[in-house]
Design a protein around this ligand. Structure first.
Ligand SMILES: C[S@@+](CC[C@H](N)C(=O)[O-])C[C@H]1O[C@@H](n2cnc3c(N)ncnc32)[C@H](O)[C@@H]1O
Ligand code: SF4
Length: 405
């Protein structure tokens, strides 16, 4: 659809407080086939449905973007089944852009607004900084038609190619991991979920628009096990577009990444957040099914070609092992990101510790912060400081940084 120039939207003076660059450049697609404005879009998750004994209706939220043809949601929402191009300009995506430019808050984005209201960093603020070249409100408004349409293809994609995973980490669950699914799935659902594998329209759209893709984020499940993830890499290499694309991963790095290495060398940049929730026994306890020795070997293998850092999810079970993780990182010369604090399940959250445990942990974190400061190691110092505030906050809900920068 072409739109006359004089029909463009204009930003309101308060758009600065509501607008996020992602609805103009990005699309997220969840493990079970629901599209989102980003990975913290409140409208896309209905994890509680997987607790039902009988198969429930998989109704989409009114403000959800829509779902893919292979999604479990497709049957109960036939009018909202769509491909990624359509999703990027679905009625709710268009409304989102106009609301943001008009200075209105968007219900689906409440995770970010809540954090900002309580003095924490939000994903919205992080991405607006990270994509500062694109985040110019007048420029965004100028490429937004009066009805909210944006003509370009989203250059940044986060497609979760299913839930296949070899581990059953203590803080994870079904449907995120198929290994958890093998243990706790309801009888009406399969352990492995992959809504995109046979989605011919998706693969045709990706092929057609491969030259427009600039950024990919892979999580899961475990990306280095997912056929869809490999198919996506191959598609970009085959079509000669890989050199334009920067990739970021979260991976458990306990499976061999050998099949990916040759492909990844074609890409513009590759960053891997290697999930490391402890050292040795603590790692193997939290990341159940994983072997510490495999993890270390894979980190060493990949870091010779790519940017690798340790991605820690602080929680009750690793609070007393953070020192070991930091020392391991120093020895290996790796950066550490500790911003993704576990908030759910609640009993694993450091906010649920007793007052006596919190006092001891506060001292430990204070010592670690001082040690990092002495070393001039700013990133972990900042994250540990946020963790200490979160643990001791009277209202800890959603107040930590989510580590996306
Ligand atoms: C869901 S995993 C998917 C990618 C990959 N399987 C991995 O473990 O890195 C992405 C990140 O979420 C973290 N994570 C898992 N369960 C979490 C929870 N309950 N709260 C916060 N982060 C969690 C993991 O530690 C990992 O760093
Ligand atoms: S490796 Fe990742 S997806 Fe798999 S169980 Fe652990 S956190 Fe969940």
């Amino acid at each position: 659809m072409s739109v006359p120039d004089d029909s463009h939207a204009t930003p309101s003076p308060t758009a600065e407080q509501t607008a996020c660059v992602l609805p103009w450049i990005h699309l997220c697609a969840s493990i079970d086939g629901v599209y989102g404005r980003c990975c913290v879009d409140d409208s896309m998750y209905h994890t509680e449905l997987y607790d039902e004994q009988e198969e429930p209706a998989f109704a989409l939220n009114d403000d959800a973007i829509g779902c893919s043809p292979g999604s479990r949601y497709a049957k109960d929402n036939p009018d909202r089944v769509m491909g990624i191009r359509e999703a990027f300009n679905s009625p709710n995506m268009k409304r989102t852009r106009l609301a943001m430019l008009g200075g209105e808050r968007v219900e689906a984005c409440k995770y970010c607004y809540f954090r900002e209201d309580h003095g924490a960093q939000s994903y919205r603020q992080n991405v607006n900084r990270r994509f500062h070249q694109e985040y110019d409100l007048d420029a965004l408004a100028a490429r937004t038609a009066a009805d909210g349409t944006v003509e370009e293809f989203p250059f940044f994609l986060d497609i979760r190619f299913g839930n296949l995973c070899n581990l059953r980490c203590v803080m994870c669950t079904y449907p995120v991991s198929s290994s958890w699914g093998a243990k706790q799935r309801p009888s009406w659902s399969s352990a492995v979920i992959d809504p995109y594998r046979d989605d011919d329209e998706l693969w045709a759209t990706l092929r057609e628009n491969a030259h427009l893709i600039r950024k990919l984020y892979f999580a899961g499940g475990e990306p280095f096990l997912q056929p869809g993830h490999f198919a996506m890499l191959e598609l970009l290499v085959e079509t000669g577009n890989a050199h334009n694309v920067g990739i970021q991963y979260n991976s458990n790095l306990t499976v061999s990444p050998d099949n990916a290495i040759k492909l990844l060398r074609h890409f513009k940049s590759v960053g891997i957040g290697a999930s490391c929730d402890g050292v040795g026994e603590v790692f193997e306890y939290i990341r159940a099914g994983g072997k510490w020795a495999d993890f270390v070997a894979n980190v060493r293998l990949l870091r010779s070609d790519f940017d690798v850092w340790l991605q820690v999810s602080p929680q009750r079970h690793n609070l007393w092992d953070l020192r070991n993780v930091l020392e391991f990182a120093r020895t290996e010369g790796l950066e550490v990101d500790l911003a993704n604090v576990v908030q759910w399940p609640q009993d694993l959250s450091v906010a649920s510790l007793s007052a006596e445990e919190k006092a001891r942990a506060t001292q430990e974190l204070t010592d670690l912060i001082a040690w990092c400061a002495e070393l001039g190691w700013d990133k972990p110092a900042t994250h540990l400081d946020a963790l200490r505030s979160f643990m001791n906050s009277l209202d800890p809900t959603r107040l930590v940084d989510d580590g996306v920068s």
